[in-house]
Design a protein around this ligand. Sequence first.
Ligand code: ADQ
Length: 743
Amino acid sequence: MKRIIAAILLIIAIVSLTVVFFAFTQVTNEELRLRNDIQYRSTLLAESLRETVEPNFINKSEKYLQGVVEKYANKERFAGLAIVDNQNNIVAVSSTLPNEISEAQKIAGDVMDSDKANGDFVNFKDKKMYVFAVPLHDDKSVVGSLLIVQNAGYINTRLTDIWKTNLIRLFTQAFFLSVATLLILRWIIYEPIKSLVDSIKSAQLNTDNKKSVPNIPLFNPLIKELSNIQRNLTEARSVASEEARLRLEKVDSPWTAERLKEFIKDTLKGRTIIVVSNREPYIHTKEGNKISYYFPASGMVTAIEPIIQACGGIWIAHGSGDADKLVVDKDNKIKVPPNEPKYTLKRIWLDEIEEKGYYYGFSNEGLWPLCHLAHTRPTFRKEDWEEYKRVNGKFASAVLSEIKKYNKPIILLQDYHFALLPRMIKKGRPDAVIGLFWHIPWPNSESFSICPFRKDLLDGLLGADLLGFHTQLHCNNFIDTIGRELESLIDWEQFTVTKNDHTTRIKPFPISIAFYNGFHYQSHDQSSQINISNIRKQLNIKSEYIGLGVDRLDYTKGIIERFKAIEYFLEKYPSYKNRFTFIQIAPPSRSKIKRYKDFENEVVMEFERINQKFKSKGWEPIIFLKKRYNHEELNHFYRLANICLVTSLHDGMNLVAKEFIAARDDERGVLILSQFAGSSRELKDAFIVNPYNTEHMSEAIKSGLEMTPSEQIRKIRKMREIVKNYNIYRWSAELLKTMANLE
Ligand code: ADQ
């Protein structure tokens, strides 16, 4: 838009300069013409009068002279006449001239001195006049002067008119040229380019109604190239799809987005997939007039987005960005990823009371600490519970209206924010196949029993056909809890719970990341443009060894325990001072909750205390970056670190551990992993630590830093195989296959 405005301004400037130039020339010529004209007329009159005036002047016939000057007064453009003697005294003057005509007398004086007729423009009481004087002679000597005075004001009026006409012409031209420019840009440039972009997008989207590249002669070379690209894309896609189809039959080949797509076509036969979560994958924000979007720091979003990108569908989520409403259509929908749309995001709006009660209150002050054994006491308030029920109802209505036109839709609900949703949807649409994945741990039945609303929550969850957890232990805890709290039939062999003739299958699906051949991060984030390929230089790190922690700033992630282990390590092994730097990346999370704000302060105090204790010139042991980075940027950090510390006090899975492993295609680096993170069940070649055991963690740091390259390669290679073989595509294939088999 800025460029278009600049182009229009440039056109207006050029037109203005042209018009001003020609107007100026016209005015100059006209002024010259009018001046010559007035001078010519004055000369003619003066010469014709001189012959009659001269004899009467010599005879001193003043009465006659007065008669002459009155006769020519105020005729057309003549203002009047005057006659002066050679002493410059007025002999006769038209009564129409002002009393004071000294300016005219000055001209008469000059004319008599030079004995040569002359004229000039003067002002009589703000009126512009032209005075022309001729000398009067007695024989050969100059005895006086005859003055002709003409009104010259019309010259200025005429010149002003010319300027006015030209300015009006300028404004009219500028207006029509601007409109014409906009129309030309729209018809000749914007519309054709838009249709070119649409055709390329449709080729990328791989939809059935593909738009062919339009035929626009102006863009022929470009169109030719785009047609080639579109054709190659289609060919590449069909080859990939064929390969994926063949791979379906080969059990040991890696899972990819293409393979998942084929698998879904094969297994679900084109049925629509609806994802529901609290957090949305793209958050639009506004700064001044600029709207941008970012990808949130959330394990759930990291895991689910590649799946829906691969298979398309609708994702329903809370629209939490301050510019979210500005970019959706009338159904509150937007196609995403914004720069390469592959599926539809439908945003649900929550007011402040709903968000406070349902999200901050019941979900994150109640259920989150209830499910994480991290010694933060859960808080359950009746009013939060009411909001939780209300918001679950709101999402249920949105889902029900969205699936109206689909038969047997597949609905994937995400996380602890929607425990009541399965039952609500099932009531409205018994044919919908509903799966809910619980991304956080499920505690033992005794811990869960403190929740005052547990029976309703459990009943809501049993509306699902499939409930997924990260580990078998969480599944067992859930079934135990059901056995303790609800009347139902439990089958411990099949891991099913039947209540009121409806059966729910409970199964572990250890979640993963989109990794199959190198760390497959997607650069979906617009928010950060910094180049961090040279982190050492930017952060001024001179140490030989680098440690890394990447977490949401959450009390379950064991950040303070990690800092304490670093302190212990530097005390016990002082030779690492100045040689080891730990980078902690932790963007604030849920900051409206007091426990999170307090935790943020505790982390900052601890980091400052430790730095104060050990720092020396040019070195501090911990660098704390309270920022969100996109996955591409995080990848640079992962690849830089010698050791990565994941020290959660309790964690469903923890994707950072898997991202670190996936990023290390150099087969270097050591992972130190909490035994209380779900990922420790799979990544057994990490240093498995108890985050409450400071001494043990500090020993792991030392061993990690001193591990031989060959040992690093051996361990990380094994872990990379595990993450590659059980990536997010396989995770979703297994989840969807289980759902399809339930019918
Ligand atoms: P989270 O508690 O959000 O997820 P985690 O699994 O570690 O935790 O995922 C965090 C995600 O956020 C990662 O993808 C990471 O890259 C990203 N992230 C962290 N710090 C970031 C930063 N500074 N900038 C940008 N991105 C950042 C919940 C559960 C987990 C479970 C996941 C998935 O708590 O146990 O593994 O869901 O099910």
